[in-house]
Design a binder for this molecule. Structure first.
Ligand SMILES: [Zn+2]
Length: 331
């Protein structure tokens, strides 16, 4: 399969599903979104199929032209059986056989990966991680997820949970994490965890710069924190600094463990790049060896907010790559 060929991708998120028809060379042919937002999969799945079929028709193609479908979906799930099981932010999606549903409705071979792995594949094939042999991708958003490319292949792990970077414990006395453990990397640096902590901490401090930027304590998020840091607010700057030390601690651990040539960082690292990257590079030498650090290129996402469009496509392409039917970067 030397020539570029079309694949269809679905990136399932709690608020929306990104649907994208693209080519194996990274050309996007058509794209759209289906609203999710606490809706039932009985409503969402048929709309995903309808949009996928519309994109195929608009491109003057038929289902037979599409080589494979890829799905990126939030954990937890059952990858071998193609199920989304019980995602925390998608309460109505319980044991949904999404892979076979799409496969049956399109009559196209269909593959599934967790969303962080799908993001890692997207950066590897089309973004900042092109041609890397050893690469770690970290989502740095409401939660922290990871995807690992090792020796030129995605590492899935025995339970398809390899790369759960957000849930390594970095402090025995650390804060409670959503996952049940304490002191997880995500409990320190995940956007949701930080926001939840601040909502309690700043509940009686309406004059705080963070609360002002959020427009009320209940609306605190990382955007409000970032704005307060840019104001030079002491509390916010100290918070940011502590967060960046924790980021350096975790990322330093990954560097020593894996000796990757590249680490690609998601949302927060590109959305607030000037506040994020210099601090990270300042603190990293305290948390990993100099040789591995010098050999590791650490950069924000190349695909940025478009990563969802490439994620599903990349899941399909990686399945074909592992079967010897697709060679990335051949041109
Ligand atoms: Zn955890």
């Amino acid at each position: 399969m030397g020539k570029s060929f079309p694949v269809l991708g679905f990136d399932v998120g709690a608020t929306k599903v990104a649907v994208c028809l693209g080519k194996s060379d990274g050309t996007i042919i058509g794209k759209g979104r289906v609203d999710n937002n606490d809706r039932h999969p009985d409503k969402v799945l048929p709309e995903m199929v309808a949009l996928g079929k519309k994109l195929i028709a608009e491109a003057g193609m038929t289902n037979e032209d599409i080589v494979a479908i890829g799905i990126g979906s939030p954990a937890p799930h059952d990858i071998p059986n193609g199920l989304i099981t019980t995602p925390t932010n998608m309460k109505k999606w319980v044991n949904v056989p999404i892979r076979d549903y799409l496969k049956d409705h399109f009559n196209i071979e269909t593959y599934m990966e967790n969303d962080a792995n799908a993001g890692a594949l997207a950066e590897w094939f089309f973004g900042a991680g092109k041609k890397a042999r050893n690469m770690l991708y970290l989502t740095m958003s409401t939660g922290i997820g990871g995807g690992l490319i090792l020796n030129g292949h995605l590492l899935q792990g025995k339970s398809f949970l390899a790369g759960e970077a957000g849930h390594i414990c970095i402090d025995m006395g650390g804060p409670q994490c959503n996952c049940g453990m304490k002191g997880c990397y995500e409990a320190f640096c995940g956007g949701r965890a930080i926001a939840n902590r601040l909502k309690k901490q700043l509940a009686d401090q309406p004059a705080s710069a963070i609360v002002k930027h959020a427009g009320g304590v209940d609306n605190i998020d990382m955007i409000a924190v970032e704005k307060a840091v840019r104001d030079g607010d002491d509390f916010a700057c100290k918070l940011w600094d502590d967060m960046m030390k924790r980021n350096a601690q975790a990322i330093g651990l990954f560097i020593n463990l894996l000796n990757p040539e590249m680490i690609v960082l998601g949302t927060l690292a590109w959305a607030a790049e000037d506040l994020f990257m210099p601090k990270l590079m300042e603190y990293l030498p305290d948390y990993c060896w100099a040789v591995q650090l010098a050999d590791c290129k650490i950069i924000p996402s190349g695909l940025k907010r478009n990563i969802g469009e490439y994620a599903g496509l990349s899941v399909a392409l990686n399945a074909l790559f592992e079967q010897g039917r697709f060679q990335p970067w051949e041109d």
